[in-house]
Ligand binder design. Structure first.
Ligand code: ATP
Ligand code: MG
Length: 439
């Protein structure tokens, strides 16, 4: 993409409405613009990152055997009356009437809808287990929308729903999602700590929240230092039944509220760590709560009527964009992990007015495109300093600079955004480096 033709409205100054670094940087890097409190338009750069995260989330859901559907954002109030949650949910639910005065709502979550779909289409125990998920916008009229996309009112969530014949099978489905979450967050370049969670309004008996550790997190997490021994590589390689699942599920990790209730602390004080966390995922096993309330049954092997055991599994896809920035930035801007970076390479032509530079930059841009390396090419007539600052701000992992001095020597300058390390190399060497990394 040529920057001269792109839509990248970067801001030089920190916007006054933003309190935390990810919100500031997302506005400055031209990723999002607020349209109403907690409601954002995603501009091209932000959308690319959002889609990259979504793709990794989807790949790991599919790998775990979940099947993708797409449910609507708008739901009927009647559905929620069946579960009893229409009145219970409170003012976080956005309610409205259609032209026929029918009560509708913008879905904050989809337990009711998926249970109704399952009830109306599945008859036999032979069709179990099933896990259905979608990636869809949700609306919750939060009391205090803040921190940009981290606590929005409209936000993108992946939510999966499992149906099993008995509690034992349901625990297997739960563990499969636990594994999928470990892999997903590790692939995003994030350490996400699984924290045993209170089950809240959805109710139920087993639940973990996944928290990215960052100083600006809204929750306080207490955990056993043993957790720090488990590396990203091990999480990314996790499979159902692998020992890391048992280890992580048995390690002490709780949110403050829960931790305070524990009178006899199972972790020695010098082993206990306290950090702030951003909740990026939440998994629940809640049994037959919705299937019973909504009359969702299947016929068992002996003709008996059975209520499927359910779990639900959320990931805050749009929150992750902010969460990753909180965990990965420096004074100059965002540092994207390779897997979610909006572009792999930022190509800078230092001298647009110099025909030799312009030709060399155009030619390298064409080669990068041909090799399938997504490149943002700064071909604007701007000062070098401004171009470097923009690339640093938007956090592209590799910067390549073409200038007259280098060209005379037959080299370009290659900078690693994360370490800041610079080297000079030939275009051939650069192409080898970039294609080898991808292989
Ligand atoms: P929180 O405690 O942060 O309000 P929650 O417990 O209400 O989260 P869930 O209902 O479990 O959240 O939703 C699943 C995931 O959706 C959360 O783990 C979080 O990552 C994301 N999420 C929830 N609320 C928001 C929001 N207002 N803005 C952005 N993401 C959100
Ligand atoms: Mg909430």
């Amino acid at each position: 993409m040529r920057l001269s033709r792109y839509f990248l409205p970067v801001l030089k100054e920190d916007p006054s409405e933003a309190q935390i670094v990810s919100h500031k940087l997302m506005l400055r890097a031209g990723m999002i613009r607020q349209q109403a409190a907690g409601i954002y338009a995603w501009l091209p750069l932000g959308l690319k990152v959002l889609r990259n995260i979504e793709r990794i989330v989807r790949e790991e859901q599919n790998r775990a055997g979940a099947i993708e559907v797409l449910m609507p954002t708008i739901q009927s109030a009647d559905l929620w009356r069946e579960s009893g949650r229409y009145d219970a949910y409170g003012p976080e639910m956005l309610r409205f009437l259609d032209r026929h005065e029918r009560e509708m709502l913008y879905g904050p979550t989809n337990e009711e809808m998926i249970t109704a779909i399952f009830r109306d289409n599945v008859r036999s125990y032979r069709d179990l287990p099933k896990n259905l998920y979608h990636i869809q916008w949700k609306f919750r009229d939060e009391t205090r929308p803040r921190f940009g996309v981290m606590r929005g009112r409209e936000f993108l969530m992946k939510d999966a729903y499992s149906f099993d014949l008995d509690a034992e099978a349901a625990k297997k489905s739960y563990d499969a999602m636990f594994v999928a979450y470990l892999r997903t967050f590790a692939r995003l370049g994030m350490v996400a700590v699984p924290v045993r969670a209170p089950t809240g309004p959805i109710g139920g008996n087993l639940s973990h929240e996944f928290h990215i550790l960052a100083d600006t997190g809204e929750s306080e997490v207490f955990y056993d230092a043993a957790l720090e021994q488990i590396g990203l590589a091990e999480m990314e390689a996790a499979t159902p039944g692998s020992a890391v699942v048992d280890r992580l599920q048995s390690i002490y990790a709780m949110e403050q509220e829960e931790h305070e209730k524990v009178t006899d602390c199972p972790v020695p004080a010098d082993q206990l760590r306290k950090r702030r966390g951003i909740e990026v995922g939440h998994i629940f096993y809640f049994g037959t709560k919705y299937t019973q309330a909504m009359g969702c049954t299947v016929q068992g092997p002996d003709g008996q009527v059975l209520y499927p055991e359910m779990g639900s599994y959320g990931i805050g896809v749009s929150r992750l964009v902010g969460g990753i920035i909180e965990a990965s930035h420096d004074a100059s801007g965002i540092i994207w992990p390779d897997a979610v970076a909006p572009f792999q390479v930022g190509l800078i032509n230092l001298r647009v007015d110099d025909a030799k530079c312009a030709d060399a930059a155009d030619e390298l841009f064409a080669r990068l495109n041909l090799a399938g390396i997504d490149t943002l090419y700064d071909d604007r007539d701007e000062r070098g300093g401004a171009k470097f600052a923009t690339m640093d701000l938007i956090g592209v992992p590799t910067h390549v600079t073409i200038g007259p001095k280098g060209l005379d020597k037959g080299v370009v300058e290659v900078k690693d955004r994360k370490t800041g390390a610079k080297e000079e190399m030939s275009v051939e060497a650069l192409m080898n480096k970039l294609t080898a990394r991808r292989a």
